[in-house]
Ligand binder design. Structure first.
Ligand SMILES: Cc1cc2nc3c(=O)[nH]c(=O)nc-3n(C[C@H](O)[C@H](O)[C@H](O)COP(=O)(O)O)c2cc1C
Length: 178
């Protein structure tokens, strides 16, 4: 089995496309194919010691899911299924997509929700990312000048994505044995 699990939620496809860009860089022994959480089981996700998890923020600072008007279930429905799992000993890197111009007061909040959820269950979250270079007011995904994972804004800063992603993957490579 691949060593690293790669899971995402997505409404309009941006977060899925980033997951595919990540997977493209690694072979199947190293990383599993990107899987939408609406096709995943709690057992499968919990079977990995190393995880990369991606989410957009929808609604007003919400996780993707039916209440945020997604066509299918997503993180909002999947997280409750994970609530009794002990993630201690697991290493998780998070990435989040958002729109800093339209949603400056809830920028990438869902990334913060994933961070809260998995750290509360013992996971070690790596891959914090500086919040310089983004223009927003408040975010649940930020503390002391750092986001709790990689932040990408395909709506306003798409041209920066390739570089941000490459730099972040280098940043987490030691933690993930890449
Ligand atoms: C209805 C709607 C609500 C959104 N709400 C937020 C938000 O609260 N905060 C934020 O940072 N981005 C918000 N966004 C921007 C999305 O997170 C962004 O467009 C993202 O790239 C979508 O990813 P996806 O294509 O994987 O669904 C919203 C987008 C839509 C369409």
């Amino acid at each position: 089995m691949s060593r690293i699990g790669l899971f995402f939620g997505s409404s309009s496809g941006n977060t899925r496309r980033i997951a595919k860009m990540i997977k493209k860089r690694y072979d199947d022994t190293t990383m599993a194919d990107a899987l939408n959480v609406n096709k995943a089981t709690p057992e499968l996700l919990a079977s990995y010691d190393y995880l990369i998890l991606g989410t957009p923020t929808l609604g007003e600072g919400a996780l993707p899911g039916l209440e945020a008007d997604c066509q299918q279930t997503s993180w909002a429905e999947f997280l409750p299924q994970l609530q009794d799992i002990d993630f201690s000993g697991k290493t998780i890197a998070l990435y989040g997509l958002g729109d800093q111009e339209k949603y400056p007061e809830n920028f990438v909040d869902a990334l913060g929700m994933l961070y809260e959820f998995f750290t509360a269950r013992g996971a070690r979250v790596v891959g914090f990312w500086p919040s310089d270079g983004y223009d927003f007011i408040t975010s649940k995904a930020e503390a002391d000048g750092e986001f709790f994972g990689l932040v990408l804004d395909q709506d306003n800063q798409k041209q920066l994505t390739d570089d941000r992603l490459a730099t972040w993957l280098r940043l987490i490579s030691g933690e993930f044995g890449l």
